[in-house]
Design a protein around this ligand. Structure first.
Ligand SMILES: [Zn+2]
Length: 336
């Protein structure tokens, strides 16, 4: 019998004899019998690397995390996409999530049920990632970041063309188009976009440069200059170029013309920035299609528009859906 699926400071799947925790939200000490899985290298998903027990991630996720944190992580077992780890009564397999380099979903297979936890997913191909895999299961735990019908993104090719057009216009007007982004995922897609479709140098801030190097080690071709090198610095000061940075607005070049790339741009205006709805998450239609392809017995939604998406899944697909329940019993999880 299925014991528990729920939120316990992370996504918990507890079977008769095995306790699995996915993307825990704290690096505090966890019970030793608990195995931790990390879906991708964005910082809100990597607290698990700080735990002392055994943990699992893809090789790419671990490499990006180490490059950004500049710190060793102990007791991590890497798992390739398509590979499984076996426990007593459970097998856990990594599936591509399409969200960024190394991002994965985890399929949990027992003799009694199969569950999939998606982490963050994107269901279309991009210049740096392939669309998320979908596989049937009994219980699907899926993100609902953009799980509202108002969040449907334009075709990726249209957004790419819009970004290139805006960038070339800004350069023509003597500006430095400057994308303010996270360190990994989106910046590499944007850099690749300019490398492929525009003949303009791309300068990156140091942390983005560090994660670029991991992408390159994993065969993603990126051409860029690091702003902390003399050549990068000189290009930023004197040449036509694009700047991709995590940097705070105080540290932008004088001629910066600011841009952001986020799904929130569909409904929000961004002060002093041009906003492109280029997201590494699935939009509403992608989420509905993904759930219909997986066709689970029940869907649990763990973030974002949990109630709205649950109602829409039930209405459109006739599949039982609801927010992921919180597990409150302290005896189940003692974090002290
Ligand atoms: Zn993410």
């Amino acid at each position: 019998m299925l014991d528990r699926i729920g939120w316990a400071n992370g996504i918990l799947i507890d079977t008769d004899r095995t306790r699995l925790l996915f993307d825990p939200m704290s690096g505090r000490r966890l019970p030793s019998e608990c195995s931790v899985f990390i879906t991708h290298a964005h910082s809100d998903h990597t607290y698990g690397f700080g735990t002392t027990g055994k943990k699992y991630s893809t090789r790419e996720t671990l490499a990006i995390h180490k490059a950004l944190r500049k710190r060793e992580v102990k007791n991590v077992h890497t798992i390739e996409l398509g590979e499984s780890v076996k426990f007593d009564d459970v097998e856990v397999k990594a599936l591509n999530a399409g969200h960024m380099l190394g991002s994965c979903q985890f399929e949990v297979k027992t003799s009694k049920f199969t569950a999939i936890y998606t982490g963050d997913i994107n269901c279309v191909d991009t210049l740096t990632t392939k669309a998320a895999d979908f596989k049937s299961c009994d219980y699907l735990i899926v993100e609902g970041t953009y799980g509202h019908p108002s969040y449907n993104f334009p075709r990726r090719s249209t957004m790419y063309a819009d970004i290139i057009r805006w960038t070339m216009t800004e350069i023509k007007n003597g500006k430095i188009p400057t994308f303010q982004v996270y360190s990994s995922g989106k910046p590499q897609e944007v850099i690749r976009l300019f490398n492929v479709y525009a003949n303009v140098p791309v300068v990156c801030s140091p942390s983005i440069s560090r994660s670029n190097r991991v992408y390159m080690d994993c065969d993603v071709r990126l051409e860029f200059l690091d702003s902390s090198t003399p050549e990068g610095n000189r290009t930023l000061k004197h040449d036509d170029c694009v700047y991709v940075t995590t940097g705070h607005s105080d540290h932008l070049p004088r001629k910066a013309s600011r841009a952001v790339a986020t799904g929130w741009a569909i409904r929000e205006a961004f002060r002093k920035s041009t906003a492109f709805p280029l997201s590494s998450h699935a939009d509403f239609d992608q989420l509905i299609r993904f759930v219909s392809q997986v066709n689970p017995r029940k869907v649990y939604i763990f973030t974002g528009y949990t109630d709205v998406l649950a109602r829409q899944i039930e209405y459109k697909l006739g599949i039982e859906a609801g927010p992921l329940p919180t597990i409150t019993q302290t005896k189940l999880f003692d974090f002290n």
